[in-house]
Ligand binder design. Sequence first.
Ligand SMILES: *Cc1c(COP(=O)(O)O)cnc(C)c1O
Length: 473
Amino acid sequence: MAVSEKQQQLLRMIPGVDRIIEILGNERDLDTVPKDILTRCVRKVTEQIRKDIFSDGAKVSEKHLGIEQILKKIRTHIQKSMAPRLVPVVNATGVVVHTNLGRSLLPSDALKNLLKINSRYSNLEFDIEKGKRGSRYAIVEDILCEICGADSAIVVNNNAAAVLICLDTLAKGMEVIVSRGELVEIGGSFRIPDVMAKSGAILKEVGTTNRTHPRDYENAISERTVLLLKVHTSNYHIIGFTSEVTLGELVGIGASYGLAVMEDLGSGTFIDFSRFGLAKEPTVQESVSTGADIVTFSGDKLLGGPQAGIIVGKTATIEKIKKNPLNRALRIDKMTLAALESTLRLYRQPENAVELIPTLNMILMPVARIEEKASRLLYSLENLKIPELSAHIMDLTSRAGGGSLPMLKIPSKGIGVSVKTMTVNAVERFMRNHIPPIIGRIEDDLFIMDLRTIQVDEMAIIDSAFKTMLNKE
Ligand SMILES: *Cc1c(COP(=O)(O)O)cnc(C)c1O
C-alpha cells in the first residue's frame, strides 16, 4: 500500500507507545490500572488512530493528533475497560418485570439470605439429621407444596429448562398435543415448537389459531400420544371469536385416555390479582387443583424471586424428572436457592408477600402513592431552576411485563420532560448513558419517566442527571 506524504506526516504525530505509557504511568488516577491493561489500551487506541489515517485520511487531520487529545482518548478507553459491565440502572419505563433490565428486584430478606448462605458452608446437599448426602431439591420442595397444594416439586435453572426437562422426561420420541393458539414465542429465543424439537418430543398441533375444542385433542390422540400440553399465552391475547380448552377439561381428557397433562404457566403467580382489582391471571394453586400432572413457571416473573424454573405436580412424575440426567446440566445453584427459599417463605403470609416482594409491591402500588412520588420528583426538578427545562406530571399506563398479564394496563403517573436546547432523542441518549443509566421512553416528543418502577432513593439520581446534562453543577 502506498503511503502518501500527508499520511506519513500524520503517522509521525502519534507518540510512541513507550512514551505514552511513561506519561500515563505517572498519573495518580491511573494508579490502580494494571500495567497490562494500560499497555493494551494504549496499543488499541494508537492502532485505531493509525487505521483512521489510512481508511479515511480526510477525516483525521493534525488538529486531532495533539498529544493531549490522544491522551484523553486513551484515558477514556482505560476508564471504560476498568468499569464493571453489569451495572445498576434506573428503570423509568413503568414495565415492572422488564426482562432486559433484570426482571424482578429481590426482596431484602432474599438478599440477606444470599449473603448469609454464600459466605459460609451450608447444608446444600447434606442431610443434617441423617448425617449423609442430601438433595438440594429438598430445600424448597416442602414450602412450594405448602403454598400451591402440589404433592411434589423440583426447581431448575429457569422455566425454559423446566419445560425442556419435563418434555424430555415424559415425551421423548413420543407425541405431545398442543393447541395452535398456544405455540408461543417468548423473547425471541424460547419457542414452544423449538423446545419441543430439542427435547425429542413430536409436536402435534391441533385446532386453529383462534379456536380449539376438546374434540380436536381427542381426534388427534394416537397410540404414540403421551402428553397433552397447555401453554399460557403469556405475551399475547387472542380475542374475538375464540374458544380454548381449559386445563380442567384437558385433565378430564387425559384421564379418559390415560395421558399425562402438563401446563406451562409462564409467569405463574401465587396471588390472585383480581382480588386487587386487576385482571384475572390464573394462579398456580388453581392449575394444581385441576389435577394436572405437571405445572411449570418462572421464579423471576410475577413470583418476584430469582431466576428459576419451578416444576410442581404429581409425585410419580416429579420423581421421574428428578432422575433425569439432564437435571445435572439444568440444575439450580445455591445462590438462587438461598434467594428462592427466602422469597417463598414470604408467601406464607400473603399480606407480607404483597408488601415485601418488590415486584408485587410495584404492580399493586396505588396510583395515589405513585402520584405522590411524581410530585416529589417534579418539585425537585423545578427546584433546579433551570429555565430550559420544563416538566409536568402525566397520566401513564404501566405494564406488568415479562410476558405476564399481557393485556393488563395499570394506570400510573409519571413525569414528561422537554428541554428547549435539546432534542428529545438527545435527552433520552444522555439519560441512557448517564452513570447509572436512566431508562425512560419517548412519547409525543417528551422524555417520559414512569414513577411506578422508580425507587424512592433513585429520585436524587435523576435530579443530578438533569443538573449535569444542563451544566448546572
Ligand atoms: C417466560 C416464559 C417461559 C420462559 O421462562 P424463563 O424463566 O424465562 O426461562 C416459558 N414459557 C412461557 C409461557 C413464558 O411466559
